[in-house]
Design a protein. Structure first.
Length: 383
């Protein structure tokens, strides 16, 4: 049955995008391919964004939300009080996408000044109110993994919405159906030689990630060999509302003080465009994702992992999150304990030196990638 679906995105959509924007973009196109009429509102929408099949309507202003929610049959949204109330007012079917439990990201941010502490308390209060509204008015819900589903079941149970426990669908982040195609050389042949073992850190550096253990591991490796390189394709968030975290400056300062910056560690000052990311990924030998053992880690779904699968890259990752379980169970790479520089250095050495093992990882990555194609995933939706 063809439906008029409105997707509301609380992030930036444009040539450069982070996870929430990419999810809205790809979900919109997958739903359109399934025969629905899809429109998108975003918190920020670049003027240069366009699609012949998807209507990108502008920003999530009150007027736009009022007009386009009214015209839609179904609203997919992460949940903002105004969009929730308008959806209820016009009696629209609502699907709340809870794949990004932002509350845990906010809890990881340190609040130093009185203003920051006050802002944090206000955010937590508003989040609590918003989440109660979501659970009260939502008809169906999306999460990215089993742990997020357990979290939502707990919330529903505590707030008396046991009748909605069966309305939760696990919809992880997906992959484009089209295979990545290299358009131009971007890294190899200058400071990064063709013979170097190149690791890519896809995505930003946020406070809950741990690039510092990577630096310590690289110092250990550099004493033995000079062919291990790591590339960071972006540290400036594409969303204009997102300020660069202090952790980025700390990371750059430490990499420079250790003599790694521009020799073993290479950082792009901008944010790699979504369309051009294949150029960097296809020059890499492995992908990496490191984090701390925190509450955010327990419930997160690392969207950067999907790009590694898409490009056929074996993965080196910290333990204790849902992706570590998948990597270990399906043989997609190597996992290491959080903040263990020795174990990380050994993992990188093994990945760089054992061609047979790495080839085996690549074969399993290619097999697993097929399970995450967007067109297959959206068949789970109850529309």
């Amino acid at each position: 049955m063809k439906r008029k679906i409105l997707i509301v995105c609380n992030d930036h959509i444009g040539k450069t995008m982070a996870g929430p924007g990419i999810r809205a973009w790809e979900l919109a196109h997958a739903l359109e391919r399934h025969g629905h009429e899809v429109a998108v509102l975003a918190r920020h929408l670049s003027r240069d964004i366009s699609s012949s099949k998807i209507k990108f309507l502008g920003t999530t202003s009150f007027l736009n939300l009022y007009v386009w929610i009214r015209r839609s049959d179904f609203v997919i949204q992460p949940g903002r009080p105004i969009s929730i109330l308008l959806s209820v007012l016009f009696r629209k079917k609502i699907l709340f996408d809870q794949y990004d439990p932002v509350i845990f990201e906010f809890l990881e941010k340190k609040a130093g000044s009185f203003y920051e502490r006050l802002r944090k308390r206000a955010f937590l209060l508003l989040w609590s109110i918003r989440q109660r509204m979501i659970l009260r008015f939502g008809e169906s819900f999306l999460v990215a993994n089993e742990k997020q589903k357990d979290l939502l079941i707990g919330q529903m149970t505590m707030l008396g919405h046991m009748n909605k426990l069966s309305s939760i669908t696990i919809l992880p982040f997906g992959l484009q159906d089209a295979k990545p195609v290299k358009g131009r050389s971007v890294l190899r042949g200058t400071k990064i030689a063709d013979s170097d073992f190149l690791i890519v850190w896809r995505g930003g550096i946020w406070g809950w990630f741990d690039p510092f253990t990577l630096l310590r591991a690289l110092v250990k490796l550099k004493a033995k060999r000079s062919d291990i390189k790591v590339y960071f394709p972006g540290v400036h968030p594409p969303n204009p509302d997102s300020r660069r975290m202090a952790v980025v400056d700390r990371f750059l300062e430490e990499a420079r003080s250790l003599g790694l910056l521009d020799s073993s560690v290479f950082v792009s000052s901008g944010w790699t465009s979504y369309e051009q990311r294949a150029d960097y990924l296809l020059e890499a030998d492995a992908g990496i994702s490191l984090h701390y053992d925190s509450i955010e880690t327990r419930f997160a779904f690392r969207t950067r992992m999907l790009d590694y699968l898409w490009a056929g890259l074996p993965v080196i990752a910290s333990q204790w999150d849902s992706w570590a379980d998948i990597i270990e169970q399906q043989g997609l790479g190597i996992t290491v304990p959080c903040e263990d520089a020795d174990a990380l250095a050994q993992a990188i050495m093994r990945m760089a030196d054992d061609d047979i093992m790495t080839s085996s990882f690549r074969e399993r990555v290619a097999s697993t990638a097929g399970e995450y194609q967007w067109d297959r995933l959206v068949e789970r939706l109850r529309l």
